[in-house]
Design a protein around this ligand. Structure first.
Ligand SMILES: *[C@@H]1O[C@H](CO)[C@@H](O)[C@H](O)[C@H]1NC(C)=O
Ligand SMILES: *[C@@H]1O[C@H](CO)[C@@H](O)[C@H](O)[C@H]1NC(C)=O
Ligand SMILES: *[C@@H]1O[C@H](CO)[C@@H](O)[C@H](O)[C@H]1NC(C)=O
Ligand SMILES: *[C@@H]1O[C@H](CO)[C@@H](O)[C@H](O)[C@H]1NC(C)=O
Ligand SMILES: *[C@@H]1O[C@H](CO)[C@@H](O)[C@H](O)[C@H]1NC(C)=O
Length: 863
């Protein structure tokens, strides 16, 4: 009724239109739920009545109309050098959700690139916290963008805005309902162009594609939260999503650049339209829209802004063997010996042992908990930190607990720091704010929970509408320090409340810089669990504390997709599970899958049985075979990493990235590709000895045998006994490889080969990149060559870096899908002896032995 009043009184015809409009608006409104701090289950007319911005209609508590609960546009848009601005004023100050309404706002559009526009909504009178982490923005922005239009409603009308793709009128954002902008509660809703929504992290996703029914709400706030199956906020903070708009595969992505605790809800309007609500409890609304139009364009546009991804040390692609609680060096040796005895290729995780491992070309990674001893006199790191004023302080001296360690002044002290100091795990605060954290020593009295001790529970900083973790403290300070703490970057003082989720990226960057200083011109490898947009510049990532659980195995693929979207392609999950103990079958399947994680590490928690692959003879054999295959194709993987660092492309891809117009591919999240050429279809089900594999359009060959597997699009059931992980190469692609050895260092010296998979037109292309694997600036120019195969003719073209491959040869060329037995084969017009090739008519695989130096272009002609 409130809605209709503005249009009543018009002529009959208009009235009909108007009431249609009103009904449509009303049904949209009803779908826009009013957020209850206690959760939707308490929704009732009485609860609803407590909030002036909420209204009860037909059993639903929803936000009131935009003209009442939202903002009104004041005057016309004012052009700026790079866009325009308009002023907004709160429609009715008395209508609030939690109070602290910001009365005046500015809506500002800032053009950056033809494919990138920023939209900010902020308080012009009193600046609010904004994410201080810098983004890489163009020096010479696009001032007259042709590809998109950002429109805002006219003067004196309720505020909403649209972002539209000009080429086809698809919308990227279509805000609806009231904008809520209060000191600790900001909320905006948008329709989505389609229900093909992906991304957002880091939280539990059971499917890569998001669901809209029933309504689902997910939190975002960095937290030491093991992987679960509930929608929990985990280690990183990535308010970034992608929508595939239409059947042509046009896609856009959106970053809400905000580091405060937030949540998002996916739901359907009453007419079935997919919609999204975004909520945050601080900062401003700062959106970045990317136009793509392909999913892969989006990865590169986004990583370009966050700072390109980092080419990791070449040795990182090896297998990592790790555990919490190798309680003696003998146990590390034993695990190492088990691996060696079974010829499992490896790269493991002091002095004698490290030397021993180094002698065997193995590398050692240290895991550090960056906590300091409270001793400002004799302990140098603490003393220096104090001198540099680097420690976090209580926001107000009255908050310093009376029983805090003597001599710690105004610092925020984790009462358990000393107890944690000798542990070797992650960057995290364990169990703070709890009576007894999980690792509390037996026989020691529990501390009083931090928050009640510090009286900050009463602070207004603890609105509880954001779901933060599990049932433990029910405060956002759970597993971390108090939100009312001050931190500084040396210039500005920030509240922990605002910058909590930046802690991980800050440490990562500092570690990266320190390593750089220690080892000039070497590429540092920093592994971080807590990430933020831009972390890909400094760190590789593992997906956190999962469990030996088949569902978690599946979820690791979704996590890999998410992090490839977020610009962190060097990613993987703890193989065989961190918590709990896998059985032989699960560990075997997980080693198979993990061999294709870019970051492949078998890791488990303290106090569990060993799970390195050498523990079970079957797993040992399976791991040896599958890791041998991984090591063989490291030249392909490394080339993908080079492209990621240079162009911001992804490394592990969902099928939809390679086949954006294939609607079936958009729902596949149990198969993935390395680049666009190698497809992995792991078995994720206990007891399964086959699985259904979806083959998108084109020719597909079994990677190992070269036998044609399918001509897509088609779904086939393929055999997959325990020792087999289905692997396919896509027609049209050339995968470079190198004969594998037991370590990546040794593999590097071996001869190269090519796996050439022909498409329907008997063509294929590929390339190979190589550098010294460890220098930041290669002393010798990196090597790059391209391979083109067309109907029997293979051309190799060296782009640069001949010196880098001096003494290395391409020994083998395998052609999959070769139509017939060759009569002659010439290398640079010189005929090869027929003994140099073999053709298998049944599999249509041709193998040619050549011995061509990699630094000289050549032509191989097969007739
Ligand atoms: C936004 O798009 C919708 C749907 O096309 C349209 O009704 C509305 O007028 C647009 N608003 C603005 C401000 O362009
Ligand atoms: C040390 O770890 C091994 C497994 O690696 C385990 O069997 C053993 O019980 C542990 N010993 C102690 C003292 O924790
Ligand atoms: C903490 O920060 C607030 C806001 O900047 C400031 O008012 C306060 O003085 C700071 N407290 C300390 C102990 O520096
Ligand atoms: C959380 O609490 C609810 C209600 O008390 C209970 O049903 C649920 O099992 C608890 N969840 C966890 C993870 O402890
Ligand atoms: C294969 O390559 C040849 C020569 O480059 C080209 O003419 C032909 O169109 C290609 N065929 C297909 C199906 O791409």
């Amino acid at each position: 009724m409130r809605l209709g009043s503005r249009v009543l009184g018009c002529g009959l015809l208009v009235l009909v239109t108007a009431s249609t409009f009103t009904l449509a608006q009303q049904s949209n409104l009803q779908a826009i739920e009013c957020p209850f701090p206690e959760g939707q289950s308490v929704s009732s007319e009485t609860e609803c009545g407590k909030y002036s911005t909420c209204e009860w209609t037909d059993g639903r508590c929803h936000m009131v109309d935009n003209s009442l609960g939202g903002y009104t546009v004041v005057g016309d848009a004012i052009p700026t050098a790079r866009g325009y601005k308009v002023t907004l004023v709160k429609a009715d100050s008395s209508v609030t959700m939690f109070g602290g309404t910001v009365e005046n706002l500015v809506f500002e559009v800032i053009y950056h690139e033809s494919y990138h526009v920023q939209v900010k909504i902020y308080n012009p009178d009193t600046p609010r916290y904004e994410v201080p982490w810098p983004l890489t923005l163009p020096d010479t922005p696009d001032t007259d963008p042709q590809d998109y239009t950002v429109t805002v409603s006219g003067a004196d009308t309720p505020f909403h805005f649209n972002v539209t793709r000009n080429s086809n009128g698809n919308f990227l954002f279509h805000s609806m309902g009231p904008l809520t902008y209060e000191d600790q509660f900001i909320q905006i809703h948008t329709k989505l162009a389609s229900s093909y929504l992906y991304g957002f992290g880091e939280n539990t996703h059971l499917s890569f594609r998001h669901k809209f029914q029933p309504r689902s709400t997910f939190p975002i706030f960095a937290r030491d939260q093991p992987v679960g199956t509930e929608p929990l906020n985990e280690y990183g903070h990535h308010p970034y999503y992608m929508v595939m708009e239409d059947d042509d595969g046009n896609s856009h992505s959106v970053l809400l650049y905000n580091s405060n605790a937030m949540e998002y809800s996916t739901f359907q309007l009453d007419d079935g339209t997919a919609a999204l609500t975004l909520r945050t409890i601080g900062g401003i609304l700062d959106f970045h829209f990317f136009l793509g139009p392909s999913p892969e364009d989006l990865v590169s546009q986004y990583t370009g802004m966050g700072g390109s991804t980092y080419l990791s040390y070449l040795l990182v692609p090896g297998l990592h063997l790790s555990r919490w609680g190798y309680n003696s060096t003998d146990n590390v040796r034993a695990a190492r010996e088990r691996m060696k005895a079974m010829s499992i290729p490896q790269l493991g995780d002091l002095p004698d042992l490290i030397q021993e491992l180094h002698n065997d070309n193995l590398k050692v990674t240290t895991i550090l908990d960056p906590a300091l001893v409270i001793d400002f006199d004799t302990y140098q790191p603490s003393a220096r930190g104090k001198a540099a004023d680097a420690f976090i302080k209580w926001m107000d001296p009255s908050l310093v607990p009376s029983d805090q360690e003597p001599g710690t002044d105004q610092y925020v002290v984790d009462g358990q720091v000393r107890l944690y100091l000798d542990r070797h795990e992650r960057t995290a605060n364990f169990g703070t704010n709890l009576d007894k954290p999980f690792n509390w020593p037996p026989g020691v009295d529990p501390l009083e929970p931090q928050m009640s001790r510090q009286q900050v529970g009463q602070s207004t900083l603890h609105h509880m509408m954001i779901y933060v973790g599990d049932n433990q403290s029910k405060k956002i300070s759970d597993h971390t320090i108090c939100m009312s703490s001050n931190q500084t970057d040396g210039t500005t003082v920030f509240l922990h409340y605002d910058v909590h989720s930046l802690y991980g990226i800050s440490e990562t960057e500092a570690t990266f810089r320190a390593l750089h200083e220690l080892f000039p011109n070497k590429r540092p490898t920093v592994l971080s669990r807590s990430t933020f947009p831009g972390s890909g510049r400094y760190a590789v990532h593992w997906l956190g504390d999962n469990s030996a659980d088949w569902t978690h195995m599946h979820m690791s693929i979704i996590g890999m997709f998410d992090f490839n979207m977020f610009g962190m392609p060097m990613v993987g999950a703890d193989v065989c599970g961190f918590f709990n103990e896998p059985d032989m079958e699960m560990c075997a399947r997980w080693m198979e899958l993990g061999a294709f994680y870019p970051f492949s590490r078998n890791h488990n928690t303290d106090g569990t049985q060993d799970q390195d692959p050498g523990v079970w003879p079957e797993v040992g054999v399976i791991s040896r075979d599958v890791l041998t295959l991984r090591y063989k194709y490291i030249p392909y993987l490394y080339t993908l990493f080079h492209k990621s660092a240079n162009h911001g492309w992804s490394v592990v891809r969902p099928l939809l990235s390679v086949f954006p117009t294939d609607l079936i591919a958009r729902d596949v999240d149990d198969q993935f590709l390395w680049g666009s050429g190698l497809m992995v279809a792991p078995v994720l089900t206990q007891g399964a000895v086959s699985r259904d594999v979806y083959f998108p359009e084109g020719e597909w060959y079994e990677l190992v045998s070269g036998v044609k597997a399918a001509t897509g699009p088609i779904t086939n059931t393929v055999p997959a006994p325990l020792e087999i992980i289905p692997l396919y190469v896509r027609g049209g692609v050339i995968l470079p490889y190198q004969e594998p050895s037991l370590t990546t260092t040794e593999s590097r010296q071996n001869p190269f080969g090519l796996t050439i998979a022909l498409d329907k037109g008997l063509n294929a292309t590929g390339d190979v990149y190589r550098d010294d694997g460890e220098s930041e600036e290669n002393p010798i120019s990196p090597y790059m060559s391209n391979f083109y195969y067309s109907q029997g003719k293979l051309d190799m073209d060296v782009k640069h870096g001949e010196e880098q491959v001096a003494g290395l040869y391409l020994d083998t060329v395998n052609v999959y899908g070769h139509p017939s037995e060759p009569q002659t084969i010439t290398l640079d017009t010189v005929p090869l002896d027929p003994s140099a090739w073999g053709y298998d008519a049944a599999s249509r695989v041709l193998t040619v032995n050549i011995h061509a130096p990699l630094d000289v272009p050549f032509t191989l002609q097969i007739q």
